[in-house]
Design a binder for this molecule. Structure first.
Ligand SMILES: Cc1cc2nc3c(=O)[nH]c(=O)nc-3n(C[C@H](O)[C@H](O)[C@H](O)COP(=O)(O)OP(=O)(O)OC[C@H]3O[C@@H](n4cnc5c(N)ncnc54)[C@H](O)[C@@H]3O)c2cc1C
Length: 456
């Protein structure tokens, strides 16, 4: 197979790299595309889009390959693969970075921190910049600096017709609005320009763990602690077992536990003060909160979510952490069969909620927390494990029903979630507006292998 003017790698089933090129983060996804077009730049992306359209091929777009639903690959179609486009250029004087569409968050943190700068990004360094950004983008720095999309200044996009356009506040502003939350529906983003902020390079950061038996008390304390926290303090709660990570005593490994992971986006001394009450609460099992290089902190949990393991997620936004919600969480969080299954809760507020709703297509600004229930099993574990972890995640979500705020983060939807949940992620008003932009830029729904917004 040949694509005119294509300079990257074309990978078909007979190619030595085919098996690794079609694999993505979630090992349950086993799809066999007809062609993987590993692009070397924007011109290749445009050529691949035009080729796919001319040959009536199903298109998927791969950034970091992390979407749990596996939307980056399809059977029998073409994968427009940006994994070789990972460059990051920092404009220190301008306080911005240009990031190619296949970069990972580790690439961004590495380059920006060399200048003592950072922007809000995902909490695992091997997650893709593109997918995270296009869904909205949540992370430790969001309460201080806004969502990832609040830091997006411009994007270069290859449209469904194969033309190259710039989207920003001044160029195609309707497209720019839709890209900031509407996912991969509007074209292939070949580069992003982000605003950067001074940070670190040393920050007060890390997790504190308590025994699972203390969960209700810890969450009760955390609810008020997080509500009163300064914008600089980002926290993410994790319930499951203590992972066998460096720095954690071996006798604690795999013990059921709740952790609050913190990152203070400001001076270390201020961070020490901001987390003092948390560290002093109850009887922590392990306290790893310490001045740390931001880059090291941002990859600290990478090994708990490895490529190729099997995953099934269920997620929702939470109205608040009422006593009843806490009771449901404490009851279900440790009932998974696998020690790798876990629950992750992000805390919002701060700068996220101060951006007007209409400004971007991200629709969940006013939630207090969201929760992701992550069923995990190993590739060589039997079908029984798959069924058990999946059933646990579904049961847990069901039990949370009365406590949901309505709404879900689109990037946490799995392949078996009802398609109505895409509309739920945006709400009717934003969904309708997104459908209008879709009708303008992709009227044939060429980009539909995603959390799809139908042209309307
Ligand atoms: C371990 C882990 C940690 C995570 N942590 C966070 C977090 O901290 N914050 C957060 O917000 N989310 C987080 N997520 C969720 C994440 O936002 C989604 O999984 C996201 O889709 C990943 O982006 P990707 O580029 O790696 O995905 P891919 O699987 O490569 O792509 C997913 C979809 O995004 C679109 N897409 C990808 N690249 C492009 C592009 N260049 N142009 C146009 N469309 C494109 C396509 O529609 C594609 O189907 C995490 C996920 C995982 C697995």
């Amino acid at each position: 197979m040949k694509i005119d003017g294509f300079r990257g790698q074309l990978i078909t089933a007979d190619h030595a790299d085919y098996e690794t090129a079609r694999a993505i983060w979630n090992g349950t996804v086993d799809r066999r595309p007809r062609l993987i077009a590993r692009c070397s730049g924007t011109a290749d992306v445009a050529a691949a889009v035009r080729f796919a359209r001319d040959h009536d091929l199903e298109i998927t777009v791969r950034g970091g390959g992390h979407n749990v639903a596996g939307t980056a690959v399809c059977d029998d179609g073409i994968v427009i693969d940006l994994s070789a486009m990972r460059a990051v250029w920092v404009d220190r004087a301008g306080g911005t970075a240009r990031v190619q569409g296949g970069a990972l968050w580790g690439d961004v943190d590495h380059e920006t921190q060399a200048h003592g700068l950072a922007t809000t990004g995902g909490i695992v360094s091997h997650t893709g910049v593109a997918g995270v950004t296009l869904g909205g983008g949540i992370g430790f720095l969001m309460r201080k600096h806004g969502l990832v999309v609040d830091n997006l200044l411009a994007a270069e996009v290859v449209t469904a017709e194969g033309s190259i356009v710039r989207a920003s506040a001044d160029d195609h502003p309707d497209l720019f609005w839709a890209l900031r939350g509407g996912g991969g529906n509007f074209g292939v983003v070949t580069s992003f320009r982000f605003a950067l902020h001074p940070l670190g390079p040393t920050v007060m950061a890390g997790p504190v763990f308590w025994a699972a038996d203390d969960t209700a008390d810890v969450l009760g304390f955390y609810r008020d602690f997080a509500a009163d926290a300064p914008d600089e303090l980002g926290t993410v709660v994790r319930l499951g077992t203590v992972p066998p990570l460096p720095g954690i005593p071996e006798d604690q490994h795999w013990r059921p536990a709740i952790a609050v992971n913190c990152c203070y986006a400001g001076a270390v001394e201020d961070g020490e003060r901001a987390v003092r009450a948390l560290r002093g609460f109850g009887r922590p099992l392990v306290d790893l909160l310490a001045p740390s290089p931001y880059v090291a902190f941002q990859s600290g949990i990478d090994a708990t979510v490895l490529h190729g393991w099997h995953y099934r997620w269920k997620s929702t936004n939470l109205a608040d952490l009422s006593d009843e919600t806490i009771a449901v969480i404490a009851d279900h969080a440790y009932a998974a069969g696998s020690p790798r299954s876990c629950v992750v809760m992000f805390h919002f507020g701060g700068a996220v909620v101060r951006v007007p709703h209409e400004a971007t297509a991200y629709a969940g600004r006013d939630v207090a927390h969201n929760i992701v229930i992550e069923g995990v099993w190993l590739p060589d574990e039997s079908g029984e494990h798959a069924a058990a972890e999946t059933a646990w995640a579904r049961r847990f979500l069901q039990a949370l029903q009365p406590h949901r705020s309505g709404g879900v983060y689109v990037n946490f939807l799995d392949f078996d979630d009802d398609t109505s949940r895409v509309r739920e992620a945006y709400g009717d008003h934003t969904y309708r507006r997104l459908a209008e932009v879709k009708a303008k830029y992709d009227p044939d729904n060429t980009f539909h292998h995603n959390k799809n917004i139908r042209p309307g």
